[in-house]
Design a protein around this ligand. Structure first.
Ligand code: NOJ
Length: 750
């Protein structure tokens, strides 16, 4: 046992070597005294009904194209009475401006409205789903795409998005894995910060910046059994080490709002969780934006069994730190009485109102309530050529090449006869993913269209649907087999419908749905070279396919440029460089399976009986975290560290030479992992601490350097203090979490 010293200066590590410090605008701690004064006088002048109004959000469901919703006049009346702070699911220049006019001209206090919408991966220019974009390991690209989403949404009157979803997901059964950045807190944090910066711009500098909302706070992805909304029971350590970091990164990047989640954590629903919403979020992190509940999550506190009635639900939520109620209307109904009865202190109400008003000021709505919503900009920019070019670029970067035996890919554009088979090949709906805002199928380039555009004029394409995504009919098999027989190669599309992932779309199986697995077998049996192209919102268990199909390409759901991006990869216009942000299991029974697990006292060894393993499956995943192939080959060598020993407050440089040993130019994501060998508490076998995406010409070599800071080496000790403990650290650098070069160094007290 080594001597363990606890280094006192916990705060030090919040500032020193913080990987996100450079991107943080620390907007949370900046308070503008002028604005605070204006807020003071507004609050002093408000009735409790009006205060409750600022804390209430309702779903309108109307826009410029659907105006005759009978609910509209009801909401107009409420706005006039000062009983609405925000509407969601309302957009359109005329609609939002008309409603805003009622708020700022027709209501007593003239407080402008927030218009919220789920702009998750694009507004009309739909980008790849977030899980796909995380596969790019390119935060700059992600930031650019959210910037575009913000431009399009704000032109249509939307000033608040319920994104980014930053929930860590270690269970692919959970359908909402599709909306986040996968299983890793470091990658998740980098992506969270990038998305916030993209939506909000540099401190809300213009009317093309919209308010971001990091959701779902917190640990929503840890639902038991992967079943959406289900109970979460995790330790404070796992909460802080795994699930909270992306939220903290979003807050540091200036996120104006957070959304409280539906789930409970160890007995306390998040939407009534004072520890989470006040002690950690406000107390420890200094967040001064506001928290909105998820849809009727406050009402559901009663169903959770923590509040005997709606009034108690409202009181629990507001006292815990939920500032705004999304739908449900409980604040409006009960808050004035609860304050009178002394169940909610007036100061708590005032503080919640202050936080909401502060964000309205930040957005510039008090200066110009009509600054969002511009027909001119909408016409000029929405779905414009540069935006579509970005969508194509993002889609290509999101593709992960899982297998490519005998370099069957890329295919020749001059191939004579090509079979394109499968239920997703000519599909325009599913590539949009489960949250597609105002995405329209008419703007989607299907895979088949992309392939048709890419091949030579002489190439004959034979298309057969084969079967449906779900269902058991094999009626289309004979046609699929027939076209495969006539072709020189087959591109086979298989996967999930977009509705099979996302909210309330958990699955108990990770296999290809319906009869598709049998279609794959039947087509492979023909004996032609087969490329399997997957479209899906989660990792799938494709063990048979991984063994028997020579080439497999993971495309997730790629958005409007699906077909062009897939063709770019299949025919070699683009050399794939995506890496998995999540582990692919061999079978659903391995779930949860993630790379940063603990060692246990009996690490899994497939040849030793009494070890932590399954008797019917290898312990390893099918494809590990960080995995992805290229059409070229990268070799790593000469791993070196700037020191063999450092003190706990020192940083260390890790360098490695990466060589493109193949014949094509390409990009590679070099990944850095560490292992803190012995700690006062057990540490994961590997933790991602850095990555760099580099471009290398064929034959070229580049040195990639990473800095390991005290923040990267720190951990939560037994007292939950953030410290760097002396001892040996292993360093791993490589092309994924398994194929790595290794070195080690010591942290010593000086
Ligand atoms: C419920 C979802 O959980 C949340 O992510 C979303 O933002 C709201 N509905 C609003 O649509």
């Amino acid at each position: 046992m080594k001597f363990i010293h606890v280094f006192a200066c916990v705060l030090l590590f919040l500032c020193i070597g913080n990987p996100f410090a450079a991107v943080s605008m620390q907007a949370q701690v900046l308070r503008n005294p002028n604005v605070e004064q204006k807020i003071d006088s507004l609050i002093a002048n408000m009735t409790f009904d009006e205060k409750a109004g600022q804390l209430s959000q309702y779903s309108g469901g109307f826009n410029d194209n659907a105006t005759d919703n009978p609910a509209k006049s009801h909401y107009e009346e409420l706005i006039r009475e000062g009983k609405v702070g925000s509407l969601l699911n309302v957009h359109g220049v005329k609609t939002t401006h008309d409603l805003q006019r009622i708020a700022v001209e027709g209501s007593r206090l003239k407080i402008p409205l927030l218009f919220g919408l789920d702009v998750i991966h694009g507004y009309k220019t739909i980008f790849p789903i977030p899980l796909a974009e995380a596969s790019s390991w390119n935060p700059g690209m992600v930031e650019r795409d959210e910037r575009i989403a913000a431009r399009e949404a704000s032109a249509d009157g939307v000033n608040w998005t319920f994104a980014p979803m930053v929930d860590i997901a270690r269970d692919p059964r959970w359908g909402r894995i599709t909306e986040g950045s996968g299983e890793d807190p470091y990658l998740g944090s980098v992506m969270a910060a990038a998305r916030v910066r993209g939506f909000q711009g540099a401190n809300f500098d213009s009317a093309v910046s919209i308010l971001a909302c990091a959701k779902h706070f917190a640990a929503y992805g840890a639902a038991e059994g992967g079943r959406d909304y289900n109970t979460v029971d995790i330790s404070e350590r796992t909460l802080r080490e795994i699930y909270l970091p992306p939220f903290h990164a979003a807050v540091r990047a200036g996120a104006g709002t957070l959304m409280s989640s539906f789930n409970e954590i160890a007995g306390v629903p998040s939407s009534a969780n004072h520890h989470l919403l006040t002690d950690i979020l406000r107390g420890e992190w200094g967040f001064n934006g506001f928290v909105v509940s998820d849809w009727t999550a406050i009402n559901e506190l009663h169903v959770h069994g923590i509040a005997a009635n709606d009034a108690e639900s409202a009181s629990l939520a507001l006292n815990a730190g939920v500032d705004m109620a999304m739908e449900g209307g409980l604040y409006q109904e009960y808050l004035p009485a609860l304050v009178k009865e002394g169940k909610i202190p007036e100061t708590v109400v005032n503080e919640a109102v202050r936080r909401v008003l502060r964000e309205k000021f930040r957005l510039g709505l008090f200066d110009d309530p009509y600054r969002f919503g511009s027909r001119a900009r909408e016409k000029l920019e929405t779905l414009s050529a540069p935006f579509l070019a970005s969508a194509r670029d993002a889609a290509r970067q999101s593709i992960v090449l899982l297998k490519n035996d005998n370099n069957i890919l890329p295919l020749k554009k001059t191939i004579k006869t090509l079979a394109v088979i499968g239920p997703l090949a000519s599909d325009a709906r599913d590539p949009l993913g489960s949250w597609s805002a105002l995405g329209d199928t008419s703007n989607v380039v299907t895979a088949l269209q992309g392939i048709q555009r890419a091949v030579s004029k002489e190439t004959k394409i034979l298309y057969a649907r084969g079967c449906d995504i779900v269902g058991s009919s094999k009626d289309g098999f004979s046609e699929a087999i027939a076209v495969a027989k006539k072709s020189d190669a087959v591109i086979l599309f298989a996967g999930e419908a977009s509705s099979m992932s996302g909210e309330a779309a958990s699955r108990s199986s990770l296999d290809l749905p319906g009869i598709q697995g049998e279609l794959v077998k039947a087509v492979v049996a023909v004996g032609k070279p087969v490329v399997l192209v997957l479209m899906n919102g989660r990792p799938l268990s494709i063990s048979w396919e991984a063994e028997h199909v020579p080439a497999i390409v993971e495309t997730w759901f790629l958005g409007v440029q699906t077909g062009n991006a897939i063709a770019d990869v299949l025919f070699g216009n683009y050399n794939p460089a995506g890496k998995l942000p999540v582990t692919f299991p061999r079978a659903v029974g391995q779930v949860p399976i993630y790379y940063n697990h603990k060692n246990t006292g009996r690490p899994g060894n497939d040849t030793v009986h009494y070890t932590s393993r399954y008797i019917d499956l290898p312990s390893s995943p099918l494809f590990p975290f960080g995995y992805g192939l290229s059409y070229t080959k990268f070799e790593y060598g000469n791993l070196r560290l700037s020191a063999e020993e450092i003190s706990p407050t020192d940083s260390l440089t890790v360098s490695v030479d990466v060589n493109n040993a193949g014949t094509r130019d390409g990009e590679e994501v070099a990944q850095l992992y560490i292992r803190d060998e012995y700690g006062s508490v057990t540490r994961p076998v590997e933790e991602l601490k850095g990555f760099k995406k580099i471009f290398l010409k064929a034959g070229a070599t580049k040195t990639v350097s990473f800095t390991l800071t005290p923040e990267s080496l720190s951990m939560l000790n037994i007292k939950m203090e953030k410290v760097v403990e002396p001892g040996t650290f292993k360093v791993f650098v490589g092309t994924n979490s398994v194929d790595v070069k290794e070195a080690s160094f010591k942290v010593v007290e000086r």
